[in-house]
Ligand binder design. Structure first.
Ligand SMILES: *Cc1c(COP(=O)(O)O)cnc(C)c1O
Length: 457
């Protein structure tokens, strides 16, 4: 079976096994009918066992940056494999994880000078929450009472219990409330469904005033405010109004709490800049990175800490100020090698410099969609897009949950050779940064056709 891409099975057997023995994430298995089994990929396309090709319209769940089978990344992983696949960072170093930390620190804004590795976005957030809590106990003027977190409504920070605690999507998170720590909520600056009942062109960021009040009221109890800068991804690509992130930074400074920026989704060029925080000149105290970190190749995450945070953990062993936290595969060498090759591609291909033209093309290609009968809102920041479908545009009335309109559109777009994955009634487009202008037209065109087919029937 070695070398057989189907591991000794026929395509149909693989589909049957996929239904019976694999429990898929965020998937209702009772309705998992006709699975697409991806066998290979090339550039921006996924290929199934029968050789059909599909444009990877959501970057294999938001993580692929430069396309699949990039020769430079393949090569870097192979070369590292010929040295060693994994050694622990608990007390030992490894060249790729050292070099990657050096490169990340150089790229990150401000004095985010220390890299704590983990494996996924959830664990990057989990580490940040624990670091924040411990920081206040150990800083020069300790404030051990700072144990509360503030988070946004509709937030998504991952699926482990700490990151679920700061999450704010009831469909995903409400079931687990009895297991979670209590978190203070501020409204999400969601302009299409404004929590203050206002219109963006006439408002003065009253949602930020509310955020100020919550943070000021809790003041000395808060360990950190955690948020996804610029775009709340899993909430349905909620694009924040300009200036909101700066207001949050100011509120945290006033309250004396840390700001944790969860850039797991928005990092690595998705919003047009390397990191989303840079667009508002904000330096968070802790910066969480994952998804795009390895170019979408292997699981790896990083929590970057500013100097003042890191310093609070330094003392003689007996003081027990160590950060007692770490995962077995933390800072894996193959994953770090892939990340380094991905960062090289950013430089060699001038990836960020190529983005404005692609973003403009995407914006033009999406324009006709806004006029469709059931498209309530088209939200976009950089190459992140959410198209919210509604039963009625005038009242913004959502479709009933059972209608699964987003799933239907994604099934229809698959017939047109494009893979998408919706967030409820929001059709998400998040192509690899390597998408070409022609592929952008294909992506937007096929999505528009699929929306028309499903919502006008
Ligand atoms: C995906 C995501 C996470 C969780 O990352 P995993 O690698 O799935 O654990 C956390 N935060 C944000 C903003 C995300 O989009």
């Amino acid at each position: 079976m070695a070398g057989d891409p189907l591991y000794g099975h026929s395509p149909r057997e693989l589909q049957a096994l996929d239904r019976s023995v694999v429990w898929h994430p965020f998937t209702q298995m009772a309705e998992y009918a006709d699975p697409l089994v991806v066998t290979r990929a090339e550039g921006n396309y996924l290929i199934d066992a029968e050789g059909r090709r599909y444009l990877d319209g959501v970057s294999s769940l938001w993580c692929n940056l430069h396309g699949h089978r990039r020769p430079e990344i393949d090569q870097a992983v192979r070369e590292q494999l010929d040295r060693v696949a994994h050694t622990t960072l608990l007390g030992l170093g490894s060249p790729p994880s050292i070099e990657l930390a050096r490169r990340l620190v150089a790229l990150a804004p401000g004095d985010l000078g220390h890299v704590f590795y983990s494996d996924d976005g959830s664990t990057a957030v989990e580490a940040a929450l624990k670091i924040a809590c411990q920081y206040h106990r150990q800083k020069p003027q300790p404030e051990p009472q700072r144990t509360r977190f503030v988070a946004l409504e509709h937030a998504y920070h991952g699926d482990t219990l700490g990151s679920v605690s700061v999450g704010g999507i009831d469909l995903f998170h409400a079931t687990y409330r009895p297991l979670l720590v209590d978190v203070a909520r501020v409204p999400s600056p969601f302009c299409y469904r404004c929590p203050m009942g206002l219109q963006r062109d006439a408002c003065h960021l009253e949602c930020a005033d509310r955020m100020d009040r919550v943070v000021d009221d809790l003041g000395g109890e808060i360990a950190a405010l955690v948020m996804e800068p610029l775009v709340q991804g899993a909430a349905g690509m909620i694009v924040h109004p300009e200036g909101y992130l700066r207001r949050v930074r100011r509120a945290c400074d006033r309250a004396g709490c840390l700001l944790i920026a969860d850039e797991v989704a928005v990092g690595f060029g998705r919003t047009g800049t390397m990191f989303a925080c840079q667009q508002e000149g904000v330096v968070p105290d802790l910066l969480c990175l994952a998804k795009g970190l390895t170019g979408g190749y292997l699981p790896l995450a990083a929590t970057l800490a500013r100097d003042h945070v890191y310093q609070a953990f330094l003392a003689e062993r007996a003081a027990k100020r160590t950060f007692f936290h770490g995962h077995t595969y933390t800072g894996n060498a193959l994953a770090a090698a892939a990340s380094l090759a991905s960062l090289d591609i950013f430089e060699q291909d001038r990836v960020l410099e190529a983005l404005p033209v692609k973003i403009e093309r995407l914006s033009c290609a999406l324009a006709p969609l806004a006029d469709l009968a059931h498209v309530g809102d088209v939200r976009r920041k950089g190459l992140m897009v959410g198209i919210e479908l509604v039963a009625d545009c005038a009242s913004r009335e959502p479709y009933p949950y059972e209608v699964a309109v987003g799933d239907k559109v994604c099934a229809a777009v698959r017939q047109r050779g494009v893979i998408l994955r919706p967030l409820g009634d929001v059709v998400v487009l998040m192509p690899p940064l390597s998408i070409t202008l022609d592929e952008i037209d294909l992506l937007a065109g096929a999505t528009g056709d699929a929306i028309r087919e499903v919502t006008e029937s």
